[in-house]
Design a protein around this ligand. Structure first.
Ligand code: SOE
Length: 390
């Protein structure tokens, strides 16, 4: 840290790199924080593309070698927005070099890698170096408020958790074999990409951990055109195809350590559903439901009211007393997807300045990885019950 300034380097400039850049540009303009972030350098393999991205996204410099970025004296924070196959190497090198690390989700492609990253984070913590995993949906104000309601006991004992994350961007069998459909790059498919979000979100909101699962996964389209062949040439007879090596959909039931039972569904084949994340939690005193397509709202059913006055009501989560909202607009002026990343950075910078560990930690993210691994093992064993390592 230099004069209350944290100098940031970001690796990756695609969807997540763009979303994070927006948050780095915004965070100190919205929140009054004890430290300021300076956007020093962005890194990517393609020189022309990363140079263009640096200008467009607001980074002072660009580099093509992440090792050079991690070695720089004038970098305090490394933000990892690459595909999963490089998370472990980059994050561990950065931690070892004494840089605070924000790593996109899922933390890694395997439990082994996630464990090594967690060990590296624990060692770095001794030197005051912080690490966090980017489960950004925790930072939707309505989700954070849902957690508050659970913590305050407004739902009583939680019995049911119902979570679904539905997309449809690969329904077309001619959609190319992009990196997210290759196991060696992405680790898994819908499971790790979007299933990881609902695993983290439900555990965060309920404060309960998944202890065991019974799962099934499916890959509906087993071969797809290779990306190079798919641009305009996909109809020609010699189009080359490659195998899809990840799941298109993953479904599982689970038990949580507080006694709740849960269902999870993650799919990229829910035709018409673009990015539909829905979670419902039922407790002895009430229920809450959240829907990402209406992310400023929370449905709340309070079973402690007289029977004649009960019913799901819609809370618009935009009051100054709602999480994160006091820094934004007057009540009723709603937020969107990108704000979750700004809130993530607000919490990360606040924790660094306070000398505290931000959440979700790499340990929390390792636990999500253990659930992902249990789901895959269960699916391979005809949906047998698989316990998740505590
Ligand atoms: C995949 O389509 C994806 O972009 C995820 O990788 C993100 O984590 C999720 O927020 C939206 O969907």
């Amino acid at each position: 840290m230099d004069n209350g300034e944290l100098r940031v380097g970001l690796v990756g400039y695609a969807f997540m790199g763009t979303a994070h850049s927006q948050a780095w540009r915004t965070v100190n303009r919205v929140f009054d924080l004890p430290v300021r972030a300076r956007m020093v350098a962005i890194c990517g393999r393609d020189e022309a593309k990363v140079a263009e991205a640096a200008g467009r996204l607001g980074w002072a410099e660009h580099l093509t070698d992440w090792r050079a970025l991690v070695a720089r004296e004038d970098i305090d924070v490394v933000d990892v927005c690459t595909p999963g196959d490089s998370h472990a190497e980059i994050a561990m090198a950065a931690l070892t070099a004494g840089k605070h690390v924000l790593c996109e989700k899922p933390l890694a492609n395997t439990v082994e890698e996630a464990r090594a990253m967690t060990d590296a984070a624990a060692a770095a913590r001794l030197a005051g170096v912080r690490s966090v995993c980017g489960f950004n949906y925790r930072r939707v104000p309505a989700v954070a408020f849902m957690r508050q309601l659970v913590e305050e006991g407004r739902l009583g004992t939680i019995r049911h958790v119902r979570a679904a994350y539905l997309q449809d961007w690969i329904v077309d069998p001619q959609f190319p074999l992009v990196w997210r459909l290759r196991r060696e790059v992405a680790g898994s498919g819908a499971l790790g990409d979007i299933g990881a979000h609902i695993i983290d979100l439900t555990q965060y909101v309920t404060g309960q951990r998944i202890t065991g699962v019974s799962a099934l996964t499916e890959t509906f389209v087993k071969e797809r055109p290779l990306p190079a062949a798919s641009s305009g040439l996909s109809a020609v007879a010699d189009t080359e195809y490659g195998p899809v090596t990840v799941d298109d959909a993953a479904l599982f039931v689970a038990r949580l350590d507080g006694g709740a039972v849960a269902t999870y569904e993650a799919t990229r084949f829910a035709t018409g559903r673009k990015n539909a994340l829905r979670v419902e939690i039922n407790g002895s005193h009430g229920s809450v439901a959240f829907d990402l397509e209406r992310l400023n709202e929370l449905e709340f059913y309070d079973a402690t009211l007289p029977e004649t006055e009960r019913g799901f009501r819609r809370i618009l989560v935009t009051e100054p007393d709602h999480p994160y909202m006091s820094a934004w607009w007057p009540p009723g002026h709603i937020l969107g997807y990108e704000h979750t990343f700004t809130h993530e950075l607000r919490d990360f910078l606040t924790a660094i300045a306070a000398g505290e560990d931000p959440t979700p930690s790499f340990t929390d993210a390792l636990q999500v990885q253990l659930v992902l691994d249990a789901v895959e093992r269960s699916a391979r064993l005809d949906s047998s019950w698989i316990k998740v390592e505590p």
